[in-house]
Ligand binder design. Structure first.
Ligand code: HEM
Ligand code: HEM
Length: 229
């Protein structure tokens, strides 16, 4: 296989998820910074974030090779192996074990941020749909999470961008463009470690199920709570 032939590594749904996730998180941050006038948009973007995470969690089981959790689960043995590789070892085709730790950390942190948002109140006119539903103690815990987890998300994003930059420009592994067009190049790429197509029909079904779940969660299932207190 020639060095110059490029092969598909990241499926289209994963790439759409990635950049959608970036825009949504930036949007949640911005709408919070802009003040209470933007709180409705903040909550709607939070629902989009929930839907995206739902999609990603299911795609982690039914997606293509490098989107499946089993292919990049960061076991201690995989991390140890990776750290003891020689400096000139071929780049990982999908996520490397350190990168995959960050993937799980970012998904977990944003999931916590979005779920806790469902229970918080801005002390003005707006509150998440489950505010007051499970009792004041739960609301307090959720508010503490919602007010603090974002700092950890910011730290994770900073680390993520620094790490991607280090691999891209320090180690000269091409990472950023493949997250856009999906393809990588190199002699280490073969039929068995790359993919032929993106499983778009399966992705559409999962996207529809994820959207339906979030709609059920934040519209149909919301509990009736007494707001006159
Ligand atoms: C809000 C900011 C960001 C968040 C929350 C974020 C989150 C993520 C997540 C969750 C993944 C794993 C993809 C998956 O398997 O589901 C990922 C991978 C990746 N992201 Fe980001 N990302 C952000 C910004 C960026 C930016 C600005 C860049 C480019 C400069 C970037 C480049 C990449 C690359 C290249 C990968 C694949 C890494 C690898 O090869 O293992 N990300 N990102
Ligand atoms: C990934 C999704 C989300 C992110 C990144 C995010 C981020 C934030 C941040 C950074 C704050 C400011 C916290 C502070 O002042 O210390 C905030 C406040 C708030 N968020 Fe979210 N949020 C998300 C999802 C949600 C959701 C789903 C809801 C509700 C449906 C929600 C409702 C609120 C409310 C009501 C406030 C105001 C809380 C207060 O002023 O005490 N958020 N959010």
């Amino acid at each position: 296989m020639s060095q110059s032939q490029s092969r598909l590594v990241w499926d289209l749904p994963l790439r759409l998820f990635h950049w959608g996730f970036v825009v949504t998180i930036l949007g949640c941050w911005l709408t919070n910074e802009l003040g209470t006038d933007y709180i409705d948009l903040h909550m709607q973007l939070g629902y989009v974030a929930l839907g995206l995470i739902c999609f990603r969690l299911i795609w982690g089981f039914f997606g293509t090779l490098h989107s499946r959790f089993t292919t990049f689960f960061p076991t201690p043995a995989a991390i140890k192996d990776y750290l003891s590789q020689p400096k000139d070892a071929a780049p990982s085709v999908g996520h490397n074990p350190l990168g995959s730790l960050m993937v799980f950390a970012m998904l977990a942190l944003v999931l916590m941020q979005a779920v806790s948002g469902l229970f918080v109140d801005d002390d003005v006119f707006s509150s998440g749909p489950y505010y007051n539903a499970l009792g004041g103690d739960i609301d307090k815990i959720m508010a503490t999470i919602h007010h603090n987890a974002f700092d950890f998300i910011l730290a994770a994003i900073a680390l993520h961008i620094l790490a991607v930059g280090f691999y891209q420009w320090g180690k000269k592994h091409d990472l950023i463009a493949p997250m856009i067009h999906g393809k990588k190049q190199g002699v280490h790429l073969t039929d068995s470690n790359t993919i032929k197509h993106s499983r778009l029909i399966v992705a559409l079904i999962i996207a529809a199920l994820s959207a339906a779940f979030v709609y059920w969660l934040v519209v149909i299932n919301i509990p009736e709570v007494d707001m006159y207190y």
